[in-house]
Design a binder for this molecule. Structure first.
Ligand code: SF4
Length: 133
């Protein structure tokens, strides 16, 4: 005759044996649920600002940027009086603002495809100038 307590102990161990492999997954699932419940509702994405927004900022590329110096970039095109004519445009008419590689960010500065360490000035110029299409 079996003792009632040993049967229930065996059943308990058998039950634990079936449930035990699921315990780690259960813990992860519960943790995920807890994190989801604790998170505040996601804020809606901020609307995209226009490229030339007055609030936009544009840190200028450092003066020692190797690409800028290699291209003889100047922040003020008038400091490069010997700009050669290119693509039918006189040198003195060339500046970053009318270069194909320039994207306006603020009124007086923008991003350049060539000089990526920071912005260039709209009135700047370099040897890489390309006529805007
Ligand atoms: Fe300015 Fe164009 Fe030279 Fe860039 S490539 S620095 S935008 S002139």
């Amino acid at each position: 005759m079996q003792k009632p307590s040993s049967v229930s102990r065996r059943q308990l161990f058998l039950s634990l044996g079936r449930v035990a492999p699921a315990v780690p997954f259960l813990g992860v699932a519960m943790q995920g649920l807890a994190q989801t419940a604790a998170k505040p509702a996601a804020k809606p994405a901020a609307p995209a600002t226009p490229a030339a927004s007055p609030a936009a900022s544009c840190n200028l590329a450092p003066a020692n940027d190797p690409v800028a110096t290699g291209l003889k970039y100047v922040a003020d095109a008038s400091k490069a009086p010997d700009r050669p004519a290119k693509m039918g445009v006189e040198g003195k008419a060339q500046n970053c603002a009318n270069c194909q590689l320039y994207t306006k960010v603020t009124e007086d500065a923008g991003k350049c495809v060539m000089i990526v360490s920071g912005c260039v000035t709209a009135k700047g110029w370099c040897n890489g100038w390309v006529k805007k299409a």
